[in-house]
Each structure stands twice: as structure tokens, then as C-alpha cells.
Write a protein that binds this ligand. Sequence first.
Ligand SMILES: *[C@@H]1O[C@H](CO)[C@@H](O)[C@H](O)[C@H]1NC(C)=O
Ligand SMILES: *[C@@H]1O[C@H](CO)[C@@H](O)[C@H](O)[C@H]1NC(C)=O
Ligand SMILES: *[C@@H]1O[C@H](CO)[C@@H](O)[C@H](O)[C@H]1NC(C)=O
Ligand SMILES: *[C@@H]1O[C@H](CO)[C@@H](O)[C@H](O)[C@H]1NC(C)=O
Length: 390
Amino acid sequence: MVSSPSFATFVFLLLVIGGTSRPLYPLPGKGDDGSRKSLQTFRPYNIAHRGSNGELPEETRQAYMRAIEEGADFIETDILSSSDGVLICFHDVTLDETTDIANYKEFANRKRTYEVQGVNTTGFFIVDFTLKELKTLRVNQRYSYRDQQFNGKFQIITFEEFINIALHAPRVVGIYPEIKNPIFINQYVKWSDGKIFEDKFVETLQKYGYKGSYLSKDWLKQPVFIQSFAPSSLVYISNQTDLPKIFLIDDVTIPTQDTNQSYWEITSDGYLDYIKQYVVGIGPWKDTVVPVVENYAMTPSNLVARAHARNLQVHPYTYRNENKFLHFNFSQDPYKEYDYWINKIGVDGLFTDFTGSLHNFQEWTSPNRQDDKIASELLHKIAILVSPFD
Ligand SMILES: *[C@@H]1O[C@H](CO)[C@@H](O)[C@H](O)[C@H]1NC(C)=O
Ligand SMILES: *[C@@H]1O[C@H](CO)[C@@H](O)[C@H](O)[C@H]1NC(C)=O
Ligand SMILES: *[C@@H]1O[C@H](CO)[C@@H](O)[C@H](O)[C@H]1NC(C)=O
Ligand SMILES: *[C@@H]1O[C@H](CO)[C@@H](O)[C@H](O)[C@H]1NC(C)=O
């Protein structure tokens, strides 16, 4: 069919026109008037969960840079606060699991027990350390079965430093920050201007120019999804910003952080109808979408269909390459798992610990037309097609 004369003539004409006036395709790095390559929006988002934390210690500059190199659409982070009110990127409210805090004699007397979401928790709490003190610590890999050689090398970073990593990426890379443990943070950290954690979170985004609703011109320049497990935080900030928000949903046994509502309540039709006024999507734990029994993926729930019926996106978490996380149905093959979630379940974004794997899968199965590589391959194909007419 490619040899039909009309097609060949068409291609030939395109080449002649292209040759005399403008290039057929943007040249490498020169797309969009020299500005950066834009965010892809035609296939599910590759969300780099805590950076490329499958390879490097989570939420560090190095993990985020790696994720950007590997093709992340969004870099994901958890926002907490230091005792002096600086927003930082860190997942746990305690430093014990993922830093070298245990080695610091000067901090040995800082161990505390606080109630966190109804559970008495003991450890070294972020909210008892100033930013300066946090910066002296180094981050460790969370899981023993992942590469340990970078332990003790990288610093904790601030929300502002995180934003700057995204803004200085060689192409448009979005950010996906979580308002983490807002009840706990507001209980232990006070800001002198009377503002609360959520205010500071939104102010930081605004300071760096993040604005606009989902897919607006402003948003596409600096894409961001704001995420939280706390519905009242999302509703609260909806008065301050129209940036898109994602409501995170935990395991079926875990109630919401702030309103103590059950999983069944917050995934009911009535609740989805309510929350869709404030959010553009939900971020469910993936086992609630596809229940797992004895490491086999069972029949999917209807959550995705009910969310899509309300025009809500679905971004499940978390995809991990290691055998222990791959259900037997997928033959220990993360690509098979991605194929299932993208092409059968039809999700709109995926939180992954291995951005590179998801990126490769998507490039092979639904390549990014913006990519220079793809463009030059096309040019090559066209050159072969028209060569008989030269
Ligand atoms: C936490 O510990 C305090 C002090 O021992 C106690 O009063 C409180 O009931 C405990 N909370 C929970 C949730 O166990
Ligand atoms: C949002 O603003 C409106 C109007 O000022 C106010 O009535 C409402 O209580 C605010 N909502 C929240 C969640 O702060
Ligand atoms: C949350 O709800 C559960 C179930 O309704 C109830 O047993 C529990 O006491 C509630 N917890 C709080 C902190 O309100
Ligand atoms: C996974 O395998 C189990 C056991 O054979 C089967 O019941 C289930 O339907 C499979 N799940 C998927 C998603 O194919």
C-alpha cells in the first residue's frame, strides 16, 4: 500500500516543500522554537515514585536526576516539614529507616514517641530537627535487596530544591508532590505567620510559577499533580489553587488520615461524585483495583470503570520490578505487568520504582512521536520510500 503512486507523490511533494522552506520534523533539541520538549500526554504517565528509587536512595537529587534521564513524565515526592518550618522531601515521619541518624551521638537524645494516625510511634522525628541538622544526615536505601553502595552518600533535599531539579530538566518534566501526614505536621510545626502546612505547600508551588488547571497552557509549561491521602487538605487548598489534585486511596483496611472514613465509603459512587468537584483523579493502591490472592491477580474491581465514568483519572501505585512484587500471572516479567495494567485495566498513570523499565515498555509499545529518534527513523523510512523517484 505504501507503493501507491498517490502516496509516493504526496511524500515527494512534502520533501520538496520541506527542503525549500522548513524541515519536515523538528531537529533534535530544536523542537518548539528552541524551547524544551513538551510533556507527552498521549499515553499513561510515567510517575517516578520517589525518583528512581529502585536504583538509588529514595527522594534524593540523584534518584530524581536518574529518573529524568530514564524518561519520567513526573517526578514524585512526599513533602514533610523540618522543626523550623522548611518543607522537605521525605517519606517517613521518622528518620530511622532511611537515614544514618543512628550514627550521630549528638542527636541520641532526640528519640521520641508520638501518636501518628492513631499509632504510637517511636523514633527520631523529622519535626524535631532543623533543616540545618537534617542536611548533616545522609540517606540510605530502604530495602536490603536493593543496591546498598550509595548509602550514606546523598543528602535530604528541600521542596524548593526538588522543584529546581524539575525546572532545570532538559525537557518538560512534571512534579507530583504529596501533602504528607498533614494532621501530624500541623500538630508539631507552627509557622510564625499563622499559616498552616497546606498554605506553605501551595505558596511554594506558586512561588515557582506553578499555576493553571489540568492541561491548560500554564500547566503544560510546568505540569504538577498535587496528591494527598487527606481529603480535607485537598478540599482546603482547592480555594487557593486550581492546580490538578489526586486523591490517594490506601488499602481496604485503612481509613482516611483525617476524616476517618473507610475505604468502602470513599470509593462509593456518592463519594466519587463529591470528590470529583475537587480532584482530577484518584491514586489507589493497585491491589485494591486488582485484588491479589496467594500472589495471583484476581478479577479486577470496578473502581477504574466507576472513576472513568466520572472523568476521573486513575494513577495506581506502586509498580516494582523485583520478583517478590510480581504476581505469578505475569511470569516474573514487569513488562507483562505493565501491559496488563495499561492495555487491559486502562490506567492513566503509573507510580513506578523503576522509571526506566516503564519508559522502555512504553517506547516499544506506543512510541513518543515527539522523540527525535522516532522522527529521524521516519525521515529515514521516507528517504527509502522516495529514493526510486530520485
Ligand atoms: C499512646 O501512648 C500514650 C502514653 O502512654 C497513651 O496515653 C495513648 O493512649 C497511646 N495511644 C495509642 C493510640 O495507643
Ligand atoms: C473557600 O472559600 C469560600 C468562600 O470564601 C468559603 O466559604 C469556604 O469555606 C472555603 N472553603 C474552604 C475549604 O476553606
Ligand atoms: C474511626 O472509625 C472507626 C470505625 O467507624 C471507629 O471504630 C474509630 O473509633 C474511629 N476512630 C476515630 C479516631 O475517630
Ligand atoms: C491469574 O491466575 C489465576 C490463577 O490461574 C487466575 O484465577 C486469574 O484470573 C489470573 N488473573 C489474571 C489477571 O489473568
